[in-house]
Design a protein. Sequence first.
Length: 256
Amino acid sequence: MQRSVLDRIYIAFLLILVVSFVFLIYFISYFTRRSLMQEKQDTLTNEANLIASQAVSSYESGDISKEELTQYLSYYATALNADIWYMSSEGSLIAYSDSAKYFSNASSTDASSVMQEKKAPPASIYDLDKNYKLKKESYRSGKFYGVFSNQMLSINAPLYASTVDEKGQPHRTYIGTLIMHTPLEEIGDTMKNYYTVSFMPCLVIIAISFIFLAIISRKVVRPIKKLSGVAEEYSKGNFDVETGIHTEDEFGQLAG
């Protein structure tokens, strides 16, 4: 079946729109997620520094007990919707936020079930990975060696204390690491809202484009079809046929 010029225009236009839309979705998804992840990483890193200056430093200096440090970590964990572990310089767990988020296959609405199936952090980070780099600031996404049942964004924030040696020279001494975890669901929800706001105007633009294309085709393709029909009649020797085009544009001049 031979396609008309209008059919080819529609198909070409549709292909361009589909390719453009797919590229737009990929581009927006990739860079939006990357931007949100970076923003979340920066937020958690800044909060880790704040926790270090207010709670960990007090614990290391002996001003607060381990129980009080746990209370501090739990407070920050609730405010940040995160789980916080404080590891010693040897990788041993010193304290962690008393959160009901360490669980697998438990409903958040069933407190007793959560407590029964609560999965606490390891006694040592090296129980999860013997090659874990505590002193390196890093980020990762996933279930963190199976500790969590959901996808998490985890940051590794090494902590240093400023000390002065016998000669009065300042030094930075590594004292431990804060490992913080926050659900990636928040980023997913933000991206869904962003898609709703971003893609609805795109769909409206596509609909308007098709309407505009239909108007253009009416003004251009139909006169071409009429001229083509008249030319075919002329080839048969019928010179009495008329185009019916009386416009003052180029089509009118051809029809005249």
